[in-house]
Design a protein. Structure first.
Length: 290
């Protein structure tokens, strides 16, 4: 009788409390496993693609910038001034001649418009003051005991076309070159003929410096864009791999949770039979005393 009391008051009570605790944990693990499974089977998106940088074309040279550059050039007294004029080439010098313009048509192509624009700028530089073509000189670049082994053509003086081409090489097509030449034409028109060579040099210096700065900035943005795309790709692959690994884990936890709930149900059923048996015995004892 004493053993029966200990069994009911101690072991059955502890078992009932542990069963409820295990049941609560099983339900909690069931919910967690379902959430993990939903995440594992959910579609994986790459997210919004990084915006690719675009090389800016908004570069302009103002008259004030030309004045500042001319003042800076005036301070460099040790440098040889390219303009105005070019000395008469020596016997070993070669002059690069500008190509003749193509005949004009009724509907002008961008290339034809570009050639006409170059003609208009060429008219701003009188031949008596300026050389349109670059002046080259043959120099020896490799000497030996028997004399010069190798020669090379080097520019000794930039012509007007050389200065302009040093800027136009940053642009790919005639459509982009036309506004650049319009800008140069407007800047040159406000200066007398004697100063236009210096204005051209100042404009070329400023244009080249700004174009280089723009391209350096664009290259940095391009590298950052590629790194962002690569990071996004790696994150996408990692997410797919992680979800693939979570699927079997979620199924395993789900199975364990169902097994625990089923086991808890059996234990509670046994404890319920014990409780009903105890109540029946108490009821029978009470009737016997009456």
């Amino acid at each position: 009788m004493q053993l029966e009391k200990i069994e009911r008051n101690v072991f059955f009570k502890i078992s009932r409390n542990l069963t409820f605790l295990v049941g609560a944990l099983a339900v909690l693990s069931l919910i967690v496993s379902l959430l993990i499974l939903l995440y594992a089977i959910s579609p994986t998106t790459k997210g919004s693609k990084p915006v690719r940088p675009v090389l800016s074309k908004e570069v302009s040279i103002t008259p004030d910038a030309i004045k500042a550059e001319l003042a800076k050039m005036a301070k460099k007294a040790s440098e040889t001034t390219t303009f105005p004029g070019v000395q008469k080439p020596a016997a070993t010098e070669n002059v690069e001649h500008a190509p003749e313009a193509a005949p004009a048509f009724h509907e002008k192509t961008p290339r034809q418009q570009l050639e006409e624009k170059i003609k208009e700028i060429k008219a701003l530089f009188p031949a008596k003051l300026y050389s349109w073509a670059n002046v080259y000189k043959t120099v020896c670049v490799q000497f030996s005991y028997y004399g010069c082994m190798q020669t090379k053509q080097r520019i000794v003086k930039y012509g007007v076309s050389g200065r302009i081409n040093s800027v136009l090489r940053y642009y790919r097509n005639a459509e982009d070159m036309l506004p650049i030449l319009d800008e140069l034409k407007v800047l040159l028109a406000v200066y007398p003929e004697e100063q236009r060579g210096d204005v051209l040099t100042a404009w070329a210096n400023l244009r080249i410096a700004k174009e280089k700065a723009l391209r350096e900035k664009f290259n940095k943005e391009e590298r950052a864009y590629r790194e962002a795309v690569e990071t996004q790709r790696e994150s996408y692959i990692a997410s797919i791999t992680r979800k693939a690994a979570l699927k079997p884990t979620s199924f395993m936890i789900l199975g364990i949770s169902f097994a625990l709930i089923w086991q808890v149900g059996l234990i509670l059923a046994i404890l319920g039979v014990e409780r009903n048996t105890r109540l029946l015995e108490e009821f029978m004892k009470a009737n016997a005393k009456q």
